[in-house]
Design a protein around this ligand. Sequence first.
Ligand code: PLP
Length: 304
Amino acid sequence: MTVLVFIDPAHPGGRVADPDAPQLSVLDPGVTRGDGVFESALYTGGKVRKLEMHLSRMAVSAQVTDLIIPSAGAWRAAIATAISQYDAAASPGAAPAESVVKLIATRGAESADGVHDYGSAWVTVSPAPELGRRQRETGIDVLLLDRGYDSTVAERAPWLLMGAKTLSYAVNMAAIRHAKRNGADDVIFTSSDGRVLEGPTSTVLLATRERDEAGREVKRLVTPTLETGILPGTTQGAIFAAAKAEGWELGYGPVEPKHLREAAGVWLVSSVRLLTPVNSLDGEAINTDAKLTAELSAMVDSIN
Ligand code: PLP
């Protein structure tokens, strides 16, 4: 079941539409060029998790792509309409425990100044994929794949839109298909100069455990630095805030593949799949730590 609500100036709370009927122009640049921005948030326990973080990141993605999108207030109103319709449509006692709220805005018609108003903007709510929930429990096998850019490309070539969440995810999906064809579940991209970047739909975290001089255990959580052109993950941000409050040390890469192999644990994190342990890299088992996974999962559960 999917609920669809368009942002439409003629309908202040959003315009409910049929997700199974044609809705978009075949000329919409979101369709013809994958030109637009989006967000995926988790709806669970009656709440859209980290909504404000998603709205802020969407605003940054829009700015980076010279796109004017609806206001945060218009998104909030459309989301409220969508989830009330979604909840009402669920059979009593059988509402999905976890659902995905997607916000999408495509580019509108050409303009002389290069800054474009949005063409279409809509919200969907649908059940979260079962596979992601299963992978949280089983963990995943991951391939390291070269993204083909070096780790300084984001600053040198801003037109590549590194770090913006745009609709151009065909490359990310192709990487996941490549992994699956080769017996793995997912991917961690590396840069051409050997840095660990991110997953096609996730942020990479690794943890180390050491002893300080006094013999106390020091737990450290590390993620690749944003300068490499990766998307700033809202889940990573929220986990880091929770880990800091619990006394963990935090580190922001450079991360290299050897650090993943030496770590106590490696996870892919994202808003809908949440925290997924990595069991192997390129076919070789790496360390997993059920206790750390449980600790980090508890932090993820506390995010709201
Ligand atoms: N990196 C990429 C490329 C992504 O597509 C995503 C999420 O879809 C993430 C990281 C994780 O971001 P978040 O935790 O905000 O969902």
